[in-house]
Design a protein around this ligand. Sequence first.
Ligand code: ATP
Length: 697
Amino acid sequence: MIWQAMPKSMFQKPTVQFAHLTSSGSLAQIVLLPGNNRIRKTVLNGHRFAYPATVTQRQFSSQSQSSQSSNSPPTHTSNTPSPQLQQLSNPSSSFALKAKDSAEKISFWKETSRIFKLARPEAPLLLGAGVFLLISSAVSMSIPFSMGKILDFVMVQMGLKVTDDEFLHLMSSFPLETLFAGLIAVFLIGAAANFGRIMLMRMAGEKIIERMRNRIFDNIIRQDVKFFDENRTGEIISRLSADTVIVGKALTQNLSDGLRNGVMAIVGTGMMLYVNASLTLTMMSIIPPIAFAAIYYGKIVRDLSAKTQTATSHTTQVAQEKLDALRTVRAFAQEPRESKSYAVETHKVYELSMKETTASASFFSGAGFAGNFVAVAILYYGGSLVAAGTISPGELTSFFLYSTYVGFSMLGLSSFYGELMKGVGASARLFALLESRGSVQLSQSGKKLQSITGLIEFKNVSFTYPTRPEAPIFKNLSFTIQPGTTVAIVGKSGSGKSTVAQLLLRFYDPNSGSISIDGHDLRTLDGAHLRDNTIAFVAQEPTLFAATIHENIAYGRPDASHAEILAAADQANALGFIESFPDGFETYTGEKGVAMSGGQKQRIAIARALLKEPRILVLDEATSALDASSEYLVQDAMSKIVKGRTVITIAHRLSTIQQADIVIVIEDGHVAEIGEYDALVEKVDGKFRKLIEAQLV
Ligand SMILES: Nc1ncnc2c1ncn2[C@@H]1O[C@H](COP(=O)(O)OP(=O)(O)OP(=O)(O)O)[C@@H](O)[C@H]1O
């Protein structure tokens, strides 16, 4: 029995994975899930493996050892994971985004300073909002003072000698109506300032969110293909939509509320000290326990928020994947199962949200009780001061109102901390997306070949997909394709035919060896320029965008004239069916071309490739979805389009490649046979002949 590392990409979120080759040669894979050490079992080749839910990695390894000794000699000891396994167990080695999920790894100060740097272009708006904030806060803070004075004033007017204050003398020189009108005017100024503050803050927030989304999408779309092998699109979409809003809110609304609460807490405390210092000290006794509770609560919220965001992005992933595959789900009648799997994910979000709610409820109810307790204390102690004539009823009223303001501001400040922590967690995930740099960049620095002949050379190319480093696809693959020739690449399923196309398009770089066009190594060329001007590609499963046929054909050359688009469609033998639609070229192809047949999709994709007039054309199984008559139409189109181009056809249907000048047979990662079609067909015991014979059976 042999234990070996399995590719991480095959599973959703494992920490340790083993492949288990049974004594009979069957393969079973076992995954140790993170967190609770549960083992999920997947059975391959008909073998089932059941391990206790509590088994740990070490126990599991020793089980594997004992099984090894009882069956066959071990190839390596499982207690010490192989270097390969160690590499796979390291989350940062491949799952770049997931590594950032853990809130513990996030440095508060680093993230906060990065968040503020993001807001720098909005500094004028934020500054304006800050000025409005000061005005509205000043108005708010004048309310308790004014109320106290008016109360005392009214009592004095009523003949009650509650205080002898210079301010009251000043007030008595105005009629009461004027005083109230003045107060309303001040409140109006406060309302206008509040309006300005909210508008400017909101504008800044939306601008930040817009900029972040654009920058992140721009970075994601330039990532190398490996990035998309490793990360699920649902997760990325969730980050783009949800995390950007959290960071935007943290920077604006939250910051604005935080500042407002900060100002009100400081000014309110100052005013309380001014009104009565000993009463203030009574009130202040509540601050240290609330501050400690706020810090603790903020940490809980940060951790839970990071987990909730991850769980939310999983729900998006699941929904996206299942809805994308709706036809398969429907065909297998698996709707209830998919609804259930979605419900499992939403329930995780619910559970985490409930934990967050419990933390909030405990904190806010505790803080509320403490506040009310202090209010009673103020009334008790303050009432005795009024009775003793130390302070007036108006002053006690002012004090009481200030203490309420300060109390609410402090509560607000504590949730400010919690919200800021949410923003910090979300921004760490966003920066991971923003800073992620693939190994194959869309570099603008490489050479831009203006005209090429179309000579293609693969020299000793060795390659493994980055997510499956232990499964080599090519070992010293070498061949040369002369300019202007049509070459068919054939081989068994999974032999790496499509991988040749992916390497030629520089979706991946080879591990060793070189791939060159006209003698220039692809790594020295500007990849975007190469794909834009030199090579056109029709994928195995051509993708159409949710747009019109015209827009789909013009995708690589949006400036193409209608006459050019018509000519490309004609060359691809697509004109007939396009013109048979009532809307012709304006016919909508549906999401991912769902409103087109397989053959129609392929011919639109061929027309799209032809419109670019490429020197090199790569057709990956371009005729696989066609029936006999459509295949004839595509073959006919092919014979017209190959002239003057280097064409690589990757084909399984060997009947479709008779027009090829050269046939390359790939087997076991290298070229097993190369030659003209007729010569290879006639070679007794030849690999190509065997492939054809196998297809005839
Ligand atoms: N993105 C990927 N990540 C990891 N492994 C991959 C990836 N794409 C393909 N492979 C693996 O690489 C091997 C070669 O795949 P490829 O698609 O090139 O085969 P093919 O010869 O074109 O097969 P077919 O004729 O069935 O389409 C397969 O074993 C496949 O599972």
